[in-house]
Ligand binder design. Structure first.
Ligand code: F6P
Length: 327
């Protein structure tokens, strides 16, 4: 691998709060090491279309606190084709770009691994997704902010639930992973937490709600992860409970994409700053095919392949904690 003189950075997949702080960190670390930096708009789609912009330390002024991503993001179908990746490689060569930093989730890293295998192009991944479902890091950028957004929303729902003596099903994001549901559920004091990793079953849900009535609770909140398999969907789940427990008046609230927006928490800003520095330093040091992440509160690396294949498992002890709290 020759000397790295120009690094490109992109955000890919679903946006996450803190992505701008990560872009800022990559750009400023490049400037610190007198390395040129190029931003790629709209992830791999922008790479295929050569939608590039030169970035200097001053290009990223006043973005550390902003949600979303100034580079935009997309899920590219063109890059899934050999032809698309060839075009992407040609665009990188034409613009004398020597290495790539991809800020995104496992889908984005999969694209990076395939591209590296085909063209031996240096790539480092920075985990950015609200789902926290990436192996090799205890926290992905955006997860902490999304969690706090969800808790804040559930706190508000609790006010109306308690005023009307109602049962609320609150759906949070996470199609494959229950990190947001589990932690927001414990943090907001939910009666039950339904996550894709653990099928609670409809009978146990009914039993748990009956128990909560017997214990003298007049309102309840059930946090449901988007990917939970207990019911077909959160609305059917609420109907099922109302049919089987007629003394319950149920409502559904789907938090949706509001969880992806907003100003990043301090935790996400610091994490993004640390991971961006490491990503650029690794590339300058001649390393590739790695993801930077947080382990034991230290910045560590994991091979991109392992990050994709490995399973970041939830802490099931939290389910037990939640059970005890709902006595
Ligand atoms: O991966 C992040 C995420 O927000 C998931 O939690 C959710 O299932 C998905 O993206 C939604 O994707 P889209 O914005 O494409 O509908």
């Amino acid at each position: 691998m020759g000397k790295i003189k120009k690094i490109a950075v992109m955000t890919s997949g679903g946006d996450a709060p803190g992505m701008n702080a990560a872009i800022r960190s990559v750009v400023r670390t490049c400037a610190y090491y007198s390395t040129e930096c190029v931003g790629i708009y709209r992830g791999y789609q922008g790479l295929v279309e050569a939608d590039f912009i030169n970035l200097t330390a001053r290009s990223v002024n006043n973005i550390i606190h902003k949600g979303g991503t100034i580079l935009k993001t997309a899920r590219s179908t063109a890059f899934r084709t050999e032809e698309g990746r060839k075009k992407a490689y040609e665009n990188l060569k034409e613009n004398e770009i020597d290495a790539l930093v991809v800020i995104g989730g496992d889908g984005s890293f999969t694209g990076g691994v395939v591209f590296n295998q085909e063209y031996n192009f240096p790539i480092i991944g920075i985990p950015g997704t609200i789902d926290n479902d990436i192996y090799g890091t205890t926290h992905t950028i955006g997860y902490d902010t999304a969690l706090n957004t969800a808790v804040e929303a559930i706190d508000k729902i609790r006010d109306t639930a308690s005023s009307h003596n109602r049962l609320f099903f609150v759906e949070v994001m996470g199609r494959d992973a229950g990190f947001i549901a589990l932690n927001a559920g414990v943090g907001a004091g939910a009666e039950e937490i339904l996550i894709p990793e653990e099928d609670l079953g409809l009978d146990r849900l009914l039993e748990s709600l009956k128990k909560s009535r017997r214990a003298g609770k007049s309102s309840s909140i059930v946090v449901v992860s988007e990917g939970d398999k207990t019911g077909k969907n959160v609305f059917e789940l609420a109907d099922y409970v109302e049919e089987n427990l007629p003394n319950y008046e149920a409502r559904v609230s789907v938090l949706g994409h509001m969880q992806r927006g907003g100003s990043p928490s301090c935790f996400d800003r610091v994490l993004a700053s640390r991971l961006g520095v490491k990503a650029v330093e690794l590339l300058i040091d001649g390393q590739t095919n790695l993801m930077v992440g947080l382990q034991n509160n230290e910045v560590q690396t994991t091979s991109l392949e392992k990050a994709i294949k490995g399973q970041h498992t939830i802490d099931k002890e939290l389910l037990r904690v939640s059970d005890i709290m709902t006595i």
